[in-house]
Each structure stands twice: as structure tokens, then as C-alpha cells.
Design a binder for this molecule. Structure first.
Ligand code: SF4
Ligand code: FE
Length: 482
């Protein structure tokens, strides 16, 4: 296993091509770039805590392939207990960082690919699973960070991949030879990609036989020839060039640090190809990945909401109205919503089932409901935090104003709350609430792990409405056939 420091240093050894605001960032300097370093710091926590005896039980696991101790983020779930521990680990990590540590995407992609390749081989006699196990062992041994790469740009959403006027709007195979395949296209919203070592490419949706070239799952280094990354903007990212007070969460940043990853005719050797043309398994890979990833959200956002609740309550103390009954009731509402988020993630894990590959998988209905809760309750939790904090979180002057020899005394004097709390500390908490309850952070709760409609499609299918109707009719005394 790597420590956080080793992880950071390992990132400098890559030849990764990253563009940010129109310019290429030298690979060695990337982990220190003001727009990126927070994301690197939060991912580092997933490495460091694996060595902390207090968190070892959550952060590490025993590899079912080698028997070695590994970081849990490289593990294939071997029991319901593993599924539950994952959610607990995420809540704990969010409490430490207040943000996204990005490593779950690759973790979920590896778990989805593990079981899907097993079942594909059973049907077609292919050898994808053995290949994938070798890749997994490599990841477990190196402790590399893997970026799960699913979402294609998708172009005209009313058309299937093979119907698009530009064939590259979904990643596809453009060449096959005796050594491997060549792929072209792009993957969008790639969380943690620029600070990962490898990427695991998956199809973005269920596919039909005519979409054969788009049924591709494979792994490649993030710095493979032909790959480039264009880093996305975040709301308030310009603040990262300013003082730490203005950033709210200066050490770990806000949400994941996403990019567009462009794949310009990238070669992938056969030993790294885990699906190539099996369109009937694309849907399985997508739903397994989506469900594993949606399992996370009550853990990850539960922990993030713990910080929002803590910040709102601390702000109430700093403002002198913590004892007001309406404030207490709003905080209680936030607690209730947060624990409801968490409960559903724990439930979908506790109701996990074993797959033919031997690994454990979440209850899909509950996992989708869990993520859907996040698209709604986080907005309410954040609304309450802004309500409690007061309007000054939107009108506060900058740290530079606070430190100005000419006007600092006015900021100090007129932005003070109760005695005994410095204006600087009150500003810090206000900025934390500001960044955690708005802009990019809020959009991530809506669309991360799939947009609300994607979850609705899944849970409406899985809920068995006909059985509910039948049960109701029976109780009402209407005759129904069993
Ligand atoms: Fe993990 Fe996604 Fe949460 Fe980030 S947002 S911590 S990748 S589950
Ligand atoms: Fe996500």
C-alpha cells in the first residue's frame, strides 16, 4: 500500500497531458496546481488512513486473489459486511475532508467489471475475467488510483451511438489487430482522472447489436499515447488563487475535480481489454457500476452533510442565536435528513446479494433510491444551512480586505459576531457554508452517479408495481388471480 506522500510523488512520474484554462500544465507540477492540489490532498487521505490503526478496519481489506492486505478502494466485495464497511468508510472520509476523494469511481468500476467479465466468459467462453483478475492484482499491488470512465459526451441524446452524425461522440473501437485494439472518442465529467494512474473505460448505456464497436471495456494508463485531459471549471475556482479564508475548504477543495478525457486513437493491448463487441453485456456493466456507485451517496454525502450541519450550528453559536428554538428545529431537520440518506445506503448494502462471480452486490432498488434521496435532501439540508447562516455568506468582503492596513479594521469590527470569536474565524465558517451549499457542490449532488431520471428509470422498473396493485386489490376485497 502507498502512503499519501508516496501517492502524490507517484503522480509526478506520469507523462500526463492536462490542459487547464487553455494551457498545458507540466506533469510534475500538476499535484501542486492551485486548482488541483485540493483534490490530490483529499485523495491522499484515502491512502494515509489505511496506515492509521484507528481506521485500518474500514480502510483495508484482505485480497481474495493474493491474501495480501490491500487498501479497501482496490477490493472486490466478498460479503455483505464489506458492502456495509464501504458506506461507513465513505462517511468517515467525508467527515475528514468535507468533500469528494474521487477514488470510489474506480473502485465501483472494478467491482462492476469483475462480475460482468465472469458472466460474459460463462456465456461466450471468452477469457476476459482472467485478464481482468491480472489487472486487478496489479492495481492491488501498486495501490494505484483508477478512474472509472463511463460517461460519453453523447451528442444528440435522441440517437443511439451508431446513429450519431459524428461516430466519436461515444468511445468506440476503430481498429483491431493481433496485438490489441485502437479506441477513439472521449469521456466526460471524469472525477479524479487527472490525479489517477489508470482509467477503466466502460460503455455508457445498454447497446444494440448495431452498436457493436461501442461495446468496449478496457484499462489504460491516464498518460497513454493519444490521451489528453481538459480540466473543468468549478464555481469559485478563482478563489484558489487567493487567501485560504476565501476558499472555505482550502486544504481539500470542493467536489471531485472533473475533466474531459479525449482518446485520440489510443492503443490498448488485448490483455487490458475486458469487453469487445459483446453488446448484450453492456447494460449489465452499466447497471452494476451505477448501482455500486449510487450505494455510496448516503455515505459520502452523509459525511459531507455532517460538516454542513456542524458549520451551520457553529455559525449559530458565533452569531449568538444557537439557543433559538427555530434554529434548533432546523438543525434537527438537517440531522434527520442526513441520517435518512445514510440509512438507505446502509440498507442497500445490508440487503446485498452474492453474484455468480462470488462477489457481493448491492440491492439495486435501494441503491437507486439512495442516490435519488441525495438529489433532493441535500438541497433541503443546504437550504437550511444558508437560512441559519444568514445573508452575509453572500456579501462578505475578502480576506485581502480583512488584512488591509486601511480598511481591515472595519471588516474586523463590523463582521464580528459574539465576543470571544474572531472575525477571521467567523469568515472561515461562512465561506465553508458558502462553498459547500452552492455552485458546483450542489450540482454534483444532483448529477453525480447519474441524473435523477436515471435512478427513477431503475427504481420504477425494480419496484414491482403490479405486485403492489394486486396486494392492494386483495385487501380491498377485489377478486384477483394469484
Ligand atoms: Fe466517492 Fe462519488 Fe462521493 Fe466522490 S462524489 S466521494 S467519487 S461517491
Ligand atoms: Fe460521483
Amino acid at each position: 500500500m502507498m502512503t499519501g506522500k508516496e501517492y502524490k510523488e507517484s503522480l509526478r512520474k506520469r507523462n500526463i497531458v492536462v490542459y487547464l484554462q487553455g494551457k498545458q500544465i507540466p506533469a510534475k507540477e500538476l499535484p501542486d496546481h492551485p486548482f488541483i492540489r485540493g483534490h490530490v490532498n483529499s485523495a491522499s487521505v484515502t491512502y494515509d488512513l489505511a496506515f492509521d490503526p484507528a481506521y485500518e478496519n474500514l480502510m483495508t481489506a484482505t485480497s481474495h486473489l493474493t491474501g495480501k492486505k490491500i487498501n479497501r478502494f482496490t477490493h472486490i466485495h466478498q460479503s455483505v459486511e464489506d458492502l456495509v464497511k464501504k458506506v461507513k468508510m465513505l462517511r468517515m472520509l467525508s467527515l475528514k475532508t468535507g468533500t469528494c476523494y474521487q477514488r470510489c469511481v474506480g473502485f465501483d468500476a472494478m467491482n462492476a467489471t469483475y462480475g460482468t467479465t465472469f458472466e460474459m466468459d460463462q456465456k461466450y467462453g471468452t477469457h476476459y475475467h482472467e485478464r481482468f483478475k491480472k489487472f486487478l492484482e496489479y492495481i492491488q499491488d501498486t495501490d494505484f488510483m483508477v478512474s472509472g470512465a463511463m460517461t460519453d459526451p453523447k451528442g444528440d441524446r435522441s440517437k443511439r451511438p451508431s446513429q450519431q452524425s459524428d461516430p466519436d461522440l461515444f468511445v468506440h473501437v476503430v481498429e483491431k489487430n493481433d496485438k490489441g485494439i485502437v479506441i477513439r472518442g472521449a469521456k466526460a465529467h471524469m472525477t479524479g482522472m487527472v490525479n489517477s494512474h489508470e482509467m477503466l473505460i466502460m460503455p455508457t448505456m445498454s447497446l444494440k447489436p448495431e452498436d457493436k464497436d461501442y461495446a468496449v471495456c478496457c484499462a489504460l494508463p491516464v498518460d497513454a499515447p493519444g490521451v489528453l485531459h481538459i480540466f473543468g471549471r468549478q464555481s469559485n475556482d478563482g478563489r484558489k488563487l487567493e487567501g485560504d479564508i476565501d476558499q472555505g475548504n482550502a486544504k481539500y477543495g470542493i467536489v471531485g475535480g472533473e475533466c474531459l478525457t479525449v482518446l485520440n486513437d489510443v492503443f490498448v493491448p488485448w490483455e487490458r481489454v475486458f469487453m469487445c463487441g459483446e453488446t448484450d453485456f453492456a447494460g449489465m456493466l452499466v447497471t452494476r457500476f451505477a448501482s455500486y456507485h449510487r450505494q455510496n451517496y448516503g455515505g459520502c454525502k452523509g459525511g459531507v452533510s455532517d460538516i454542513v450541519i456542524g458549520a451551520a450550528a457553529a455559525m449559530a453559536d458565533m452569531n449568538g442565536y444557537a439557543k433559538a428554538s427555530h434554529i434548533k428545529s432546523k438543525i434537527n431537520e438537517m440531522i434527520h435528513l442526513t441520517e435518512t440518506l445514510y440509512a438507505c445506503s446502509i440498507a442497500c448494502s445490508a440487503e446485498g446479494v452474492q453474484l455468480p462471480s462470488g462477489q457481493y452486490f448491492v440491492n439495486m432498488l435501494l441503491a437507486n433510491v439512495s442516490k435519488h434521496n441525495v438529489t433532493r435532501y441535500i438541497y433541503e439540508i443546504d437550504r437550511l444551512a444558508q437560512d441559519i447562516a444568514g445573508g452575509f455568506i453572500a456579501t462578505l468582503p475578502s480576506q485581502a480586505d480583512l488584512e488591509s492596513p486601511e480598511i481591515g479594521k472595519y471588516v474586523e469590527k463590523y463582521f464580528k459576531g459574539v465576543d470571544g470569536v474572531s472575525t477571521a474565524d467567523r469568515m472561515r465558517v461562512a465561506r465553508l457554508i458558502e462553498v459547500m451549499t452552492g455552485g458546483t457542490a450542489l450540482v454534483e449532488s444532483m448529477h453525480g452517479a447519474g441524473s435523477p431520471q436515471a435512478q427513477e428509470v431503475m427504481y420504477s422498473k425494480l419496484a414491482n408495481l403490479e405486485a403492489k396493485k394486486k396486494a392492494a386489490l386483495k385487501i380491498a376485497g377485489v377478486k384477483v388471480e394469484d
